[in-house]
Design a protein around this ligand. Structure first.
Ligand code: NAD
Length: 329
């Protein structure tokens, strides 16, 4: 029976993978710790490792896994910026992922961040619980007829555009590979400088690549409309966090909603409520009244978890049978 070692495993991973494994019958072993150099050597007698967004598969980690006989790296996510693909290729490892488990899950969370920041429902909830029924400080703006700039019009960007258009928003889009099917939808492709200068809200949906790293920096922020709302549900590294903090302090940025953070691997997916957090940058971000941070939960719906578990186990089954499915090379 093939054995799969899970890293960064949470109770919901175990629930959904155990359910779907009834069809496959693999031996599943779950570890709470993330996969990195500290634990790679402990991976033994297994065929595959199953990892998530903050497991770090650097060259040294891949080298150790390969020496322990592991042949498959199964990402239970869409992004793969945390895997050294060159090293994986060199050591003869297969790398598979779940390219589209539920674009709607992430797109709907993107709109949840926008609506919460704009209409301040998180503040209203707390006020009313304390019998504070006053409305001062809760003024928002209509989304209807406002312009949203969508950077990256792949699966998630497109799902988000459909939602934004449902609110009557004008959509400006940017992608290095424009999607012709969007042209008839009313969305208008343009360049980044127009997105920056015209958008009331900017939402990021591009993968993290060297060319997209810090695409939101001091220069791009300076080119934006004063009071712009920036939303990032893609990858933390797209935003230069120090530049965004400066933009919030100068009031150039009116609101920031993020589900991802540059240094999230040291923080997210853990309960640190009794700990002293060493990361001063996230603590500064948390202190702004117009910043909303969620801890990489945009994917977290029942539908997405079902799709992730089913597709990941099926990817591994195919690879064990010598067939490539959702592999990266
Ligand atoms: P996708 O591959 O379908 O779309 C990405 C789009 O970005 C493509 O259209 C591509 O042409 C475009 N692109 C690539 N490089 C570009 C560049 N330099 N400039 C402009 N456009 C560029 O991916 P997707 O499924 O829509 O996912 C997008 C990202 O969302 C993923 O890479 C991942 O990082 C993130 N994500 C986050 C969560 C979460 O829970 N927060 C969950 C899933 C995915």
């Amino acid at each position: 029976m093939a054995k799969i070692l899970f890293f960064s495993a949470k109770p919901y991973d175990k629930e959904y993978f155990d359910k779907h494994n009834q069809q496959f019958g693999f031996d599943l072993e779950y570890y709470e710790t993330h996969l990195g150099p500290h634990i790679a050597g402990a991976a033994q007698n297994a065929d595959a490792v199953c990892v998530f967004v903050n497991d770090t598969l650097t060259r040294p980690v891949i080298e150790v896994l390969s020496a322990r006989g592991i042949r498959i790296i199964a990402l239970r996510c869409a992004g793969y910026n945390n895997v050294d693909l060159e090293a994986a290729k060199e050591f003869g490892m297969e790398v598979c992922r779940v390219p589209a488990y539920s674009p709607e899950a992430v797109a709907e969370h993107t709109m949840a961040l926008i609506l919460t920041l704009n209409r301040k429902t998180h503040k209203a909830y707390n006020r009313v619980r304390e019998q504070n029924f006053a409305l001062s400080g809760l003024v928002g703006f209509n989304l209807h007829e406002k312009t949203v700039g969508v950077i990256g019009t792949g699966k998630i960007g497109k799902a988000f555009i459909r939602i934004a258009q449902g609110f009557g928003m004008k959509v400006l889009a940017y992608d290095t590979r424009p999607d012709p099917s969007l042209l008839t939808s009313g969305a208008v492709y343009t360049d980044l400088s127009e997105i920056f200068s015209q958008s009331d809200i900017i939402s990021l949906h591009v993968p993290l690549f060297p060319e997209t790293h810090h695409m939101i920096d001091a220069n791009s922020i300076a080119a934006m409309k004063p009071g712009v709302m920036i939303i990032n549900t893609s990858r933390g590294g797209l935003i230069d966090t120090a530049a965004v903090i400066a933009g919030l302090k100068s009031r150039q940025i009116g609101a920031l909603g993020v589900d991802v953070y540059e240094q999230e691997e040291k923080l997210f997916f853990r309960d640190l409520s009794s700990a002293i957090v060493d990361d001063d940058t996230i603590m500064r971000l948390v202190s702004f009244p117009n910043v909303l941070i969620t801890a990489h939960q945009a994917f977290l719906t029942q539908e997405a978890l079902d799709e992730i578990a089913g597709t990941t186990l099926s990817n591994i089954q195919s690879l064990l049978n010598g067939k490539k499915q959702n592999t990266l090379f």
